[in-house]
Design a protein around this ligand. Structure first.
Ligand code: HBZ
Length: 838
């Protein structure tokens, strides 16, 4: 660093960051005219966005640098959140709100000739994730920064995020999402690189001093380069770091000999192969397909992150035994499980620690979060695949397993079966490595993401590990969401109304303060404003539908929304069968009967994994039903069916505040938590749901009278499934009528939906659509009745919001910090903490 006596100029010129409208304008214009080489003659909205984003980026960098210095100086424990997915969405609006300068930007942009809403719209979503798991990671980053934890996210810098979805002729079509054309939010750190090795072979020998040496040799090297993304907290100067790795052929590797000898193409091919590693996000959620490239991605990212963490630790010159006092690593699902093996390899092979001492460090460092009990989603990698790609790691996995099984055998000497059941290696053909088991063995805590789910993992998939380790290793941290994005940013008017009653915006930092709204539940004026805001949000969604779909829907109708990944276990098929049932009922009614109905708009949105044929069929059916219903003159405004294309974070910000009812209707026991359920309720929507995931805790918090629950309980699911195969099972007759209606060709080619129907009617109905159909339809009728009483409906809405405090991701992060990471926030100086809030 610069010597003390030469720091004067630094101090004098170090930027402070803008705070006034004029200063913002100066920054934005400077960037537009110099960085972008545009002028007032050719500044379109995209250029105005770019200038604004660069101005805010500069503003963030100042606090970001200071945060990193403060954290380095404090030299306390840090959290490292390893996730293959970070579904961040847009950054500009978030940055403006978090630093408290959105109004400044709004006025400044108006001076420059732009509307802030149009400018915000220019930004491409950062869509480096599939669904709930990726968005949870993004909410956690927001909370960790807001609560002043010293935390880093580590992920991959995919060149292509989750695909863009188009609907053509009712079918999903996937378009690549190339999002990096202009990304002002990332900083390439060409000086921060890690060389990562693949393939090769393991050389074991004894050196002159008689010490066993293990070296992994002759592999192929790929270089990881860091790209850093600032993560601002709300109302605090803390700006944390999200480090994303990008792959390139290592400069040593790019074969200049080949190049010079005319093998240009093959040299380029090597380079491209290396770059392929971080090229694309795998678009499967809750399904693992065992592709070699996916395993390469996982190791590449784990190795780069681990070496980065170790490098930082080593600067402190502490003893290795202190590593777990300085470092907590959280594994977001099993995708980063190789990090466990990599740390053991670093400690034993590279740093020369004894096995037991190393393993003790490893297990004290890691925590593992499980997000699913679905068997098809549990990761397994074939032994031959790992053997070829990561030969040393396979040896270490076998060794870890050996010591683990020996300890199990010592404690349960008579239980041979137990050993087979808990073995990290599955004795199949080929043998498989069970990643969840490896993650459990290598961590000190394992958590599920809602109470029911955390109980289920203890009694089903990880039952034997509870026996081995005792129950205390397993814990629950119910998911949460950040109220900054999902209330303040997505629903600014509701946030403002709440602030007007509570006196300030403190509830955004302490969501339990929402309970101070309860006294207003019967306040007429307040209720009127509350209802007006919901209506305005519905008008906004109706405009979006008009713009994107080309037809109008009535904003006075009941908006019934189901937006999430399309999956059989989430049961969008139950919803659309219910819609068809309603359509049939309307068709059979007299005009007078129709007059009594509550008009409904059924909104669907979500992507299907490109290879998930049944999910695509469900999308197809929804679209075909829409085509028929929406133009049926018997129906008119009474029912509209809308499939919104390309559901993503920024669309969620428009859709969620506009719901009257949203659907969270998974087969009981299959949805680990769900997080959109929380987002909808926090925005004043009521929900229809099964007793699954976090729905149960939401009910406990807001009260049974404020939620529409239906369907079978998770403890009955197994018996029901059994009964389908072995009992005298009868399909639900109303659902059969729906099937007949489809089979008649009402929605076009009936053959297209044959497998969807027969899966339920003939092949066991694994997701219990038929079992829950009656209860679902009856509950939908109750919803219609309840909606007619708008006064009581609005009271339910307010009461629910008032009781949602528990579901903030801030609470969640504090629970992880306390119960798993053993870490305290880093105090930030008082004078910095006071920030203007808009
Ligand atoms: O994680 C979701 C759960 O389904 C949901 O219930 C929960 O609320 C949420 C956060 O805990 N899981 C996912 O979103 N999972 C994936 O997206 C996924 C992606 C790649 C995979 C496996 C799962 O290989």
């Amino acid at each position: 660093s610069i010597p003390e006596h030469m720091r004067e100029a630094w101090r004098k010129f170090s930027p402070r960051g803008f705070t006034t409208k004029e200063e913002f304008e100066a920054e934005a214009v400077k960037h537009i005219e110099t960085t972008l080489a545009r002028s007032l003659f050719n500044c379109d909205e995209l250029a105005a966005y770019s200038g604004t984003a660069l101005a805010f980026r500069d503003r963030l960098i100042i606090d970001w640098n200071k945060t990193q210095q403060r954290q380095t100086f404090a030299d306390q424990k840090r959290i490292y959140y390893l996730s293959l997915e970070f579904l961040m969405g847009r950054a500009l609006d978030n940055a403006m709100l978090n630093v408290g300068l959105k109004n400044v930007a709004k006025e400044g942009l108006a001076d420059l000739g732009f509307r802030i809403e149009d400018i915000i719209e220019q930004e491409h979503d950062a869509a480096l994730g599939n669904g709930g798991l990726g968005r949870l990671a993004a909410c956690f980053l927001d909370s960790m920064a807001t609560l002043n934890y010293a935390a880093w996210g580590y992920g991959l810098r995919y060149r292509y995020g989750i695909f863009k979805q188009e609907i053509q002729d009712g079918y999903q079509v996937e378009i690549p999402d190339y999002w990096l054309d202009f990304n002002p939010w990332e900083f390439p750190r060409h000086d921060v690189t890690v060389d990562v090795q693949f393939y090769g072979w393991v050389n074991k020998y004894t050196d002159d001093q008689g010490k066993q040496i293990v070296s992994w040799q002759d592999g192929e090297i790929v270089t990881a380069t860091a790209y850093d993304v600032p993560v601002p907290g709300y109302g605090t100067p803390t700006v944390n770091n999200l480090r994303l790795w990008s792959s390139k052929a290592s400069s040593g590797e790019f074969d200049f000999a080949k190049f010079n000898s005319g093998e240009y193409e093959s040299a380029v091919a090597d380079e491209q192969r290396a770059e392929t590693i971080s090229a694309v996000l795998y678009p499967n959620d809750n399904l693992e397909r065992g592709k070699e490239l996916r395993l390469k991605q996982q190791y590449f990212w784990c190795a780069a992150s681990l070496h980065d963490i170790v490098r930082r630790f080593k600067k402190s010159q502490r003893k290795w035994s202190e590593f777990p006092d300085q470092v907590a690593i959280q594994l977001n699902d099993t995708h980063p499980t190789l990090a466990i093996v990599e740390l053991q390899r670093i400690l034993v092979d590279m740093e020369g620690l004894e096995w037991d001492a190393a393993w003790d460090i490893v297990t004290r460092t890691f925590g593992y979060t499980n997000h699913t009990v679905l068997p098809e989603a549990l990761e397994k990698w074939s032994v031959p695949l790992i053997q070829n790609l990561l030969p040393r790691h396979l040896q270490l996995i076998y060794e870890i397993n050996l010591y683990f099984l020996q300890s199990v055998e010592r404690r349960f000497p008579k239980d041979r079966d137990l050993l087979g059941r808990v073995s990290i290696i599955e004795e199949s053909q080929p043998k498989m490595v069970r990643m969840a088991f490896l993650a459990i063995v290598g961590s000190h805590k394992v958590n599920g993401v809602a109470e029911l789910h955390s109980d289920l993992i203890k009694t089903t998939i990880f039952k034997d590990f509870v026996k081995v380790y005792g129950p205390d290793k397993f814990t629950n941290v119910t998911n949460g969401i950040t109220p900054r994005r999902w209330l303040h940013q997505a629903n600014p008017r509701l946030s403002e109304l709440i602030a007007s009653k509570l006196g300030n915006y403190e509830f955004l930092k302490d969501l339990t303060l929402l309970n101070k709204l309860e006294p207003y539940v019967d306040d007429k004026d307040f209720k009127k404003e509350w209802a007006e805001i919901k209506y305005a949000n519905k008008v906004r969604l109706a405009q979006h539908i008009q713009k994107t779909k080309g037809y109008s829907v009535n904003p006075k109708a009941l908006f019934d929304i189901q937006v999430k990944r399309i999956h059989e276990y989430k049961r969008q098929q139950l919803n659309i069968f219910g819609v068809i049932h309603r359509y049939m009922a309307i068709k059979a009614m007299s005009p007078d009967e129709r007059k009594k109905l509550v008009p409904r708009v059924s909104v669907f949105g979500g992507k299907a994994a490109p290879g998930y044929w049944m999910a695509k069929t469900i999308i197809h059916l929804i679209n075909k039903v829409g085509e028929v219903v929406n133009k049926d003159p018997d129906v008119g405004d009474l029912l509209k069916v809308v499939f919104l294309e390309d559901y993503n974070v920024s669309k969620a910000e428009i859709i969620i505040p506009a719901s009257d009812i949203s659907e969270h209707i998974s087969t009981a026991g299959t949805e680990a938590s769900g997080t959109s359920n929380m987002k909808f309720v926090l925005n004043g929507g009521l929900i229809i749901g099964t007793l699954d995931g976090a729905n149960i805790e939401i009910t406990r918090e807001i009260g049974e009278q404020n939620i529409f629950l239906f369907g079978n309980l998770s403890e009955d699911v197994e018996d029901l499934r059994h009964h389908h195969f072995y009992g005298d099972y009868q399909m639900n007759p109303e659902l059969l009528k729906v099937f007949d209606f489809i089979k008649k060709g009402t929605f076009g080619d009936e053959g297209a939906f044959g497998a969807l129907i027969s899966g339920i009617a003939e092949h066991g109905d694994y997701y219990l659509v038929s079992d829950d159909f009656n209860s679902y339809c009856q509950t939908q009728d109750l919803i219609d009745e309840a909606y007619k009483d708008q006064d009581s409906w609005v009271s339910k809405s307010i009461t629910s919001v008032a009781r949602m405090g528990f579901f903030t991701s801030d609470r969640c992060i504090n629970e992880y910090a306390d119960g798993i990471w053993n870490i305290e926030p880093l105090q930030v100086k008082e004078e910095n903490e006071v920030r203007s809030r808009t």
